[in-house]
Design a binder for this molecule. Sequence first.
Ligand SMILES: [Mn+2]
Length: 371
Amino acid sequence: MAPARRIKTLLTVNILFFLGIVLFSVYCRISERSEELVQVSDRRHRTWGSSQQLLKERDNILQRLDHLEDVVYSQLNGLAKPIGLMEGPGGLGQGGVAATVRDDSHEFDAKYEDYGYNAQLSDRISLDRSIPDYRPQKCKQMTYQSNLPQIAVVFIFVNEALSVILRSVHSVVNHTPPHLLKEVILVDDNSDSVELKINLDQYINKRYPGLVKIVRNSKREGLIRARIQGWKVATAPVVGFFDAHVEFNVGWVQPVLSRIKEDHTRIILPAIDNIKYNTFEVQQYANAAHGYNWGLWCMYIIPPQEWLDRGDEAAPIRTPAMIGCSFVVHREYFGEIGLLDPGMEIYGGENIELGMRVSETLVACSEKETK
Ligand SMILES: [Mn+2]
């Protein structure tokens, strides 16, 4: 039995020795691996560290851009502040809802009387306020060519409130694609107010250099010759004539320019809603054509039967008369047909006279507001 026990002992020793070697090599491998792991995790840590740094740098750049944006905004906003007005989104009258201001001072009453609307309230409503989009639903889905002709927008005024004029300018700039708006022309028909001279000039020259031009009549010419004055200064192929108390809405210009591009002998009347004179609330007006009564006084009329039969509220409406405070025409064509009659002194005849000379269209898809 003794040799068998010896063999057994030797075998056990061998196995233990073998196991020892295996365990030792496993131990070595594990320690190597853990060193590698340490290195890898170090590397990872370092990469993480550098990406942290990148993030920090990016944050710094973003912060600087934010700061720059603030500076630019306050510079721009600062332009309206010295003249007591407000720019930017939000505030009173935002979204075209009724605004009120509690003030029964004499100044308040005087301004009401001077302008026929609540000018003091207007001064407190942002020049960039939003208004509701009352266009027919279908108009919002329509698409237009991108290579439409450019437009010059002419605003005529006499003794209008500065904030109302500037809101007209802001809203047309805000709601017209820049590549389609060649210029805005303000024709001052010899206003008396000082703020419409110095403040308006300074503000416009800083805020819209090169885009907005101011033309001043040295004597009161009346609205017809004031519009002709604007037409003479315009250089864009299409000219739009508006009172300086309007607010334009999104997508107003594309349908107008498309119709004129198709046929340059059309005069287009953008559809109109109402801005209430006392609260500046924007009220929707139904689609209508423009007509006149036996006294040649203008009036809204029901659209023609053929338009009603079509059942398409986004379709343009043919109309026998026009409206003087909102029409767009091809510049050269307007010259060819003899413009507006410069012998006219005041409001009320041009809308019928011009309507008789041309075939025209009202575009329901083009929305803007007036008081
Ligand atoms: Mn008007």
